[in-house]
Each structure stands twice: as structure tokens, then as C-alpha cells.
Design a protein around this ligand. Structure first.
Ligand SMILES: [Zn+2]
Length: 43
């Protein structure tokens, strides 16, 4: 598995791209925010 081939998404709060992280491997499909901070700042 290549580590350069991680999936990416755009954060709905800050509109910045963020890459897959190990902690999201179980719920990547449900992740919408780049960080815990953005998750709390959702409008
Ligand atoms: Zn964000």
C-alpha cells in the first residue's frame, strides 16, 4: 500500500483539502471536517 495514495476530502467548514488519517479508517465515509476544531465550528 502506497502512503502517497491516500484519499482526500474538502472540509465543509474551512474549505481546505485534508487527507485520510488512521483514526478515520473506520468512519471515513462519514468524516466531513478536517479536524475536531472544524467539527465544533460547523455552522
Ligand atoms: Zn476544516
Amino acid at each position: 500500500m502506497k502512503k502517497v495514495n491516500l484519499p482526500q476530502k474538502i472540509c465543509v467548514v474551512c474549505n481546505k483539502p485534508y487527507a485520510w488519517r488512521k483514526k478515520w479508517e473506520k468512519n471515513w465515509n462519514e468524516v466531513k471536517y478536517c479536524s475536531e476544531r472544524c467539527r465544533r465550528n460547523k455552522v
